[in-house]
Design a protein around this ligand. Structure first.
Ligand SMILES: Nc1ncnc2c1ncn2[C@@H]1O[C@H](COP(=O)(O)OP(=O)(O)OP(=O)(O)O)[C@@H](O)[C@H]1O
Ligand code: SF4
Ligand SMILES: [Mg+2]
Length: 371
């Protein structure tokens, strides 16, 4: 049996706009290029849950889409059970391209918009089933739709199947879209801010539903959120990981509990500090752990460690050297951080601090609590 994980992302970059020709890149002319995702590597296992968190614009959606084949990368690879998903359509391998496309599904934030308002719920769900599971006849498709509607609590299923989208609440529409993905029996679902538009009680219900489905069908989930509390809820209950993104890079990743109780990267600490209900878990920090500076422009990210312009621990060394994401010594060998301070690098220790206490403040747009 192959040792390949379900999905392996290697040195993945997605850049938008500007001069993107090979010659421009060789000449270093990358003016106007947005480095939405820059050199990200990540493994997703079978039956795995990863919550991807970070501020707006840090590249979560772009990374997620590139991982499931909806956004072509500028460089790097994404392998599904060992097979490059971006080559599969041109150079077929052992796993047919169609099978890969079916196995990697996405649930968006705004479910209502992705349902055709002029069709009943069954007619909204039927085409994908017909396309991707041609072995089923109409009666079997109808039965399956009813079963899944039942599973997600849209009962009586025959009533819901014959409704139109405007006859559903926001939470019900979101459940319907989840059903549409689950019907294809995917191996991985990318849930992009799938619960963000809902109010708090519905949000918890929907997160519980996603966790139930994940367990029931052994589906892996990449759950995108800008909310650390939601990330903790989902990844924590599923024994999964939290990955923290900043300006196109993953700066810390590890088991949910480790990230929440033992954060190593100053950016993770600032997100936790600003999230009510989580900030109290660790020792109280007297000084707010982020400098009072706007999020840098992704067209022109800071040199060295991209967080150095906002990091209260930044030293001269961080302005010209880029920290790699590497393993922490500690209880979990799955905990990695990209920070010279966290790894106690001697060159970092020997250089001068660049942050003064007086310019430290809370990030204006840091995480808001889930409740
Ligand atoms: N198609 C595109 N063309 C140009 N720039 C883009 C495109 N898609 C995204 N970007 C830019 O890439 C960066 C990352 O965007 P992305 O949507 O991935 O961030 P995000 O973390 O999902 O943000 P949010 O939390 O607001 O959804 C942003 O600067 C965004 O403006
Ligand atoms: S490498 Fe330096 S600037 Fe970057 S997070 Fe660590 S201490 Fe801060
Ligand atoms: Mg997004």
């Amino acid at each position: 049996m192959s040792d390949d994980p379900l999905l392996r992302v290697d040195d993945l970059s997605v850049h938008f706009g500007g001069n993107e020709g090979i010659l421009d890149r060789l000449l270093g002319d990358d003016k106007g290029v947005v480095r939405a995702v820059d050199d990200v590597s990540l493994d997703i296992g079978e039956n795995d849950v990863v919550a991807l968190v970070g501020e707006s614009g840090c590249g979560k959606t772009t990374l997620g889409k590139a991982m499931i084949g909806l956004q072509r990368p500028t460089s790097g690879t994404v392998r599904f059970r060992g097979q490059d998903i971006w080559k599969s359509d041109l150079e077929p391998g052992d796993i047919p391209y169609k099978e890969i496309r079916k196995s990697l599904q996405m649930v968006h934030q705004d479910a209502g918009n992705s349902l055709d308002p002029n069709r009943t719920i069954f007619k909204n769900l039927n085409p994908a089933l017909k396309k991707w599971r041609p072995e089923l006849n109409l009666v079997e498709r109808r039965e399956l739709v009813h079963q899944m509607l039942d599973t997600v609590g849209l009962t009586p299923a025959d009533d819901y199947a014959s409704r139109y989208p405007h006859q559903l609440s926001g939470g019900e529409a979101q459940r319907t879209v989840i059903v549409r993905s689950m019907l294809l029996e995917p191996d991985l679902i990318l849930a992009d801010e799938a619960v963000s538009a809902l109010d708090v009680s519905l949000r918890v219900n929907l997160m519980d539903l996603l966790l139930e489905l994940q367990e029931m069908f052994s589906t892996s989930f990449v759950f995108i959120s800008h909310n650390m509390a939601n990330a903790r809820y989902l990844a924590g209950r599923a024994d999964g990981r939290i990955a923290v993104m900043y300006l196109g890079r993953i700066v810390e990743i590890g088991p949910a509990d480790e990230i929440i109780k033992n954060p190593q990267h100053p950016y993770t600490k600032s997100l936790l500090w600003a999230t009510s209900g989580l900030s109290e878990i660790n020792d109280p920090i007297e000084t707010p752990p982020v400098r009072k500076i706007d999020i840098p422009d992704p067209e022109n990210p800071p040199s060295g460690c991209r967080f150095h312009t906002r990091c209260p621990e930044a030293r001269e060394y961080c302005t010209s050297n880029t920290p790699d994401l590497s393993g922490m010594s500690g209880p979990s060998d799955r905990h990695e951080a990209a920070c010279f301070d966290a790894h106690d690098r001697i060159d970092y220790r020997n250089s001068d601090p660049i942050a003064d206490d007086f310019d430290i403040d809370v990030a204006d747009d840091a995480e808001q609590p889930a409740d």
